[in-house]
Design a binder for this molecule. Structure first.
Ligand code: SD4
Length: 340
């Protein structure tokens, strides 16, 4: 064996094996367009759906709607009609959408309609309003041709609800993801088969450089009947300013609403912060309200700026997000967090 080969082999033994996750954490996140980024591991499939629009030169607003529709249509999933019910056994949906011209639409406490994000878009485009809720929102959806669906809980939700009824205690769990395969075709689940989040946020920039975003959810499982979280609130669960950037959130909605979370993130980017720094500042604002309480819940922010740079930050570890562009195909990143 040549001296040179032996030296290379010895060197190879000294180099530590770098886990794939580490590589993703330090990966170059510089600008490219078009680009779509979405919360959680299941964001991979959501981005795929959005990419069918973006790769064809389509608009970001169409892409984010298509991405959100994908997860809403994945019955038995955590988001949409397949999600967990409230404490009275009803699945109630919240969603909002925002384009590159400050147009926005929102729907909350909507029942039995499969695609709340598309109802939100119809509100944005065909009514003088931004937000419709409950029966009024349902009536509007039916008038637009949406159908009544999902009168029964999904199998997974039935199981979860039965379990919950044993204690009937509202104790939001900390959203984390344990399944971390970028090639998975199903949304990530915990080891017991359940999903640990109920929300999909997606932000995208099209070939033209225009930004849009969408956020759709069945909300925190076992919430009070009538409770609405951050996801349909413009400036809390989603905000887009086409001159600056876009941001979305996931986690305990009440805490996000308190600080107008995604609006804060976008304003920090306006002040020159990178997407990740902007998300970190918003997270710190929440934590500093009550650091001890903040140990018990999760909030994650995800942001994309006008330059096509992106980043995220969460209170707890385990907030993953997926990216798709010409540079990154189905990549999942693990966001940094306040508590390690
Ligand atoms: C809510 N933010 O209703 C949502 C819940 C969530 O993953 O993000 N779950 O408060």
């Amino acid at each position: 064996m040549s001296k040179r080969r032996t030296f290379i082999q010895q060197l190879a033994m000294l180099v530590p094996v770098i886990p794939v996750w580490k590589i993703l954490e330090f990966k170059d996140k510089s600008a490219t367009k078009p680009i779509t980024i979405a919360t959680w591991d299941s964001g991979v499939e959501v981005n795929e759906a959005a990419w069918t629009v973006l790769s064809d030169g389509g608009k970001a607003i169409d892409a984010v709607e298509k991405g959100a529709n994908f997860i809403e249509n994945t019955i038995n999933c955590c988001v949409g009609l397949g999600g967990n019910p409230d404490r009275d056994g009803f699945v109630t949906l919240d969603a909002c959408i925002m384009d590159d011209k400050y147009n926005c639409g929102s729907v909350a406490f909507l029942q039995n309609i499969r695609n709340p994000i598309s109802v939100a878009r119809k509100i944005m485009e065909t009514t003088p309003h931004v937000m419709l809720v409950g029966d009024g929102a349902k009536k509007f959806a039916l008038s637009q041709g949406f159908k009544i669906e999902g009168k029964r809980l999904s199998k997974q939700a039935q199981k979860e609800y039965k379990n919950w009824l044993k204690t009937s205690q509202y104790k939001p769990t900390v959203n984390i993801e344990q399944t971390q395969s970028s090639k998975s075709k199903v949304p990530a689940r915990l080891q017991d088969g359940s999903y640990n989040h109920d929300t999909m946020g997606i932000v995208a920039m099209d070939q033209n450089g225009d930004l849009s975003g969408a956020c759709t959810t069945s909300g925190m499982g076992f919430k009070m009947h009538g409770r609405v979280g951050d996801s349909p609130i413009i400036g809390a669960g989603l905000y887009v300013d086409n001159a600056i950037g876009a941001a979305t959130s996931s986690g305990q909605g009440e805490e996000v609403i308190r600080i107008c979370g995604t609006h804060t993130v976008v304003e920090m980017m306006r002040l020159g912060k990178s997407p990740e720094e902007a998300c970190r500042i918003a997270v710190e604002r929440i934590v500093l309200i009550n650091p001890e309480k903040a140990r018990l819940f999760q909030v994650g922010f995800l942001a994309l700026n006008k330059q096509g740079e992106y980043g995220a930050y969460a209170i707890q570890p385990g907030f993953n997000y997926a990216v798709k562009s010409n540079k990154d195909d189905g990549v999942i990143f693990k966001s940094d967090s306040y508590f390690k």
